[in-house]
Design a protein around this ligand. Sequence first.
Ligand code: ADP
Ligand code: MG
Length: 638
Amino acid sequence: GAAGHNHASSPADLDKHWYQTAKGKLVIGTGLLLAVAWIVKFFASEQIALWTFVAACLIGVAPVARRAFAALRAGIPFTIEGLMTIAAVGALFIGAAEEAALVVFLFAVGEVLEGVAADRARASIRALANLVPKTALVEENGVAREVDAASLQIGQLVLVRPGDRIPADGTIAEGTSGIDESPVTGESMPKTKGPGDAVFAGSINAEAALRITVTKSAEDNTISRIIALVEEAESARAPTERFIDRFSRYYMPAITGLALLVAVVPPLFFGQAWGTWVYRGLALLLIGCPCALVISVPASIASALATGAKRGMLMKGGTVIEAVARTTQVAFDKTGTLTVGRPAVTDVVVLDGTESDLLAIAAGVESGSSHPLAEAILRKAEAAGVTALLSTGARALIGKGAEANVAGEVAWVGSPRFASDSGALDGLGIRRASDMEAEGKTVVVVFRERKALGLIAMRDQPRDDAIAAIAQLSAMGITSVMLTGDNARTGAAIAGVLGMQHRADLMPDDKVTAIKDMVKSGGLIMVGDGINDAPALAAASVGVAMGSGTDVALETASAALLRNRVTDVAAMIRLARAAMGNIRQNVTLALGLKAVFLVTTIFGMTGLWIAIMADTGATVLVTLNALRLLRFNPENEG
Ligand code: ADP
Ligand code: MG
């Protein structure tokens, strides 16, 4: 016998060593009594030794029995604890005090072991919090003074010297430096950040002194939220676990009934010896306890979540791991996910007027917009030395373009389709747009009522690792599809470069419809920025937020990739598959050993000792196997 259902240690036990916990002390206490009893048995009297075994057994079983009664009062008659109590007390009655004491001891060992697996995983996550420095240099009226980092207030200005870790989430007020965010996002390539950029507590300021305005208090900075999220995910139960729960509800009564039959039927109806069969019945009860089985799933899941979190791959619980492992298709949002999300203007085609008029109007329309295309146009206008015309009533036409009142007339910047639907683009204009689109550029039309002023073509670079990511996914038997609001020609050109399928001309609603359609043919991950594609993420089997900064990613999706690497999609699937494989191994091992010893016990080939050792062995093996996942490297292909 080994562990119980309540695998989470009590909150007070969280930061203690195993030997300082109540369960740990029980192990040590009963272990010492056992040792004393054996010494007495060999060097003094068997009689005195017997009473020492009885004492060890009673002390050890007391907390277990208390939990069994608590469950009984709560209306749960069949628990591992109940099984354990009946078996131990029964063993005392048939004079097997030594075995009973040993069983109780090993049960306690199993419980401690189970805690160790969960704690290892937890500790590796908690270690992240230790990366946030304990003190910070607050600057007030030009004077720096050292304070407790936990006491920092929003709005305070802190000084971070080169080489120091950043003490709080904040924005840079002064200075530019390379910042290593690996503790938070797993990304160890330093990023250059300057005034106005957001920084995370725990990151390393590599190069130059920075002044940072604190934007989050210590308890809700990003790193604390990641830790809380992983811990929450650990306690969220996976369907596999619920299966085991359901399984136990039938299994426990069945095993108790079977033990009763084994103990009673042969002596009563076949004149066999009571002692032998009661012993065998009790042995069966002990072996029947599915302890290794019960700890197998949470231990594997905790390890997998911890391994992912260290690389900025956050999955919100066992259910997500299971769904990710079953993935057969991945849909990517194009802009900001497969591409960098920072398009640059490549061509300006004037159809009416001058180039600077065209840019001034386009910039005027876009000046209120935060769409990546709008930002590209504004950057181009600025670079060309053109001032945006003043605009009023600017508004976004989702999936089509933008509209505003510029120089007393309504003007639009939008997709060629939208422009020709509005009757502003003639055949020649459409052809010129199509030609540029076939090169993978996104073309927008600047137009007024029924009159096109010109075309602006932009190109967004694919992310460096996008091609590799798609190749890895297809090697894993997973199809990748690009979803985009761009037109089919641009979509086809970019998808062609990346080696994937595409669906283009999608309005935001169409993306949701496309996802729902694809989900029908198998597990589907949707990868997006989590900002303007939240509905599509929600419609997929698993929505993964990537490339939008941690805030949004942590809130919106069921999984998040904080490193902005497309290859992490493949890595996350590998990790989830490894976790499910690990769980399958553990369940097989636990159930397999159980089945073998159930049979050998009924036929009297093995007794209590071996069965007990086998279950303890299974518990140890299952725990060790789960811990292997802590060392799993999901970036390793193959
Ligand atoms: P994506 O799926 O690539 O993120 P969107 O759905 O945001 O694309 O936009 C679809 C199309 O609508 C764009 O390719 C562009 O032609 C047009 N569009 C949307 N917003 C704007 C804007 N602010 N300025 C110009 N064109 C826009
Ligand atoms: Mg988009």
